[in-house]
Design a protein around this ligand. Structure first.
Ligand SMILES: *Cc1c(COP(=O)(O)O)cnc(C)c1O
Length: 224
């Protein structure tokens, strides 16, 4: 198992390296390994290989893994949609970054609970870059306004940038377009302190990096 993981990780890191160098030597990209299809043993093995940042898309699974792997100095990202009945559980876990803040309604609910707990949460605003009905997130047109609104109204949420999931299609052009519009928003929000542009999964992380992503969330290509 570990040999396979090493091979996969080496390949992903190599590809990230090629893509980022093509942008600029100074373009640094963070890899978050998404463990949702894998086991805790695989995550521990990946830690041994040097990987530190991991992502989960369900609060329940995130909680179990954070608990069982508590002895390792890992960084945990919540990357999936958050239901309101899971807010308290997520806040208890104090994740490094919540990447899927997808509405003002959720920001409002989070801020109230955070205030009660005297806590802050690092988060990314999720953008539905191709206006797909099946995806959550704010629209491209509204993104900058919503970002600023959250910063003004919800002081317990510390926005760090944006996240988006590439359009679900085989057409590279359409995926690229969705990454480009997300990057454009990110670029506009730098003056508001945005430093993270999270785009790219197993099927499209190299393209995402070429479009300016500086955080990729890769699961199956590593853990398969
Ligand atoms: C599952 C998931 C990923 C990783 O997907 P792969 O295609 O397995 O790399 C990335 N981001 C989010 C939001 C996910 O839910």
């Amino acid at each position: 198992m570990k040999d396979q993981l090493r091979k996969n990780l080496d390949e992903v890191i190599w590809n990230i390296e090629q893509a980022r160098i093509a942008v600029s030597e100074h373009h640094i990209v963070k890899l978050v390994a998404v463990g949702k299809y894998s086991s805790e043993e695989s995550i521990a093995a990946l830690y041994e290989l040097g990987q530190r940042a991991f992502g989960e898309n369900q609060v329940q699974q995130l909680a179990a893994r954070m608990e069982h792997l508590d002895h390792l100095p890992l960084e945990w990202h919540m990357i999936g949609s958050l239901q309101s009945n899971k807010i308290n559980k997520l806040l208890e876990l104090r994740p490094t970054l919540f990447q899927a803040l997808d509405s003002i309604k959720l920001a409002d609910a989070l801020n109230q609970r955070l205030a009660k707990r005297n806590q802050t949460l690092n988060a990314l605003l999720q953008i539905n870059a191709a206006n797909e009905e099946t995806k959550s997130g704010v629209s491209v047109e509204e993104a900058v306004d919503r970002y600023q609104e959250i910063q003004e109204r919800y002081p317990h949420i510390k926005l760090k940038g944006v996240m988006s999931i590439g359009t679900h299609t085989d057409e590279t052009q359409a995926i690229q377009k969705s990454f480009e519009s997300t990057y454009k928003i990110y670029d506009q929000l730098r003056k508001n302190g945005a430093t993270i542009c999270s785009m790219g999964m197993s099927s499209d992380y190299e393209l995402a990096i070429r479009c300016g992503s500086n955080l990729v969330r890769v699961g199956s290509k590593i853990f398969k």
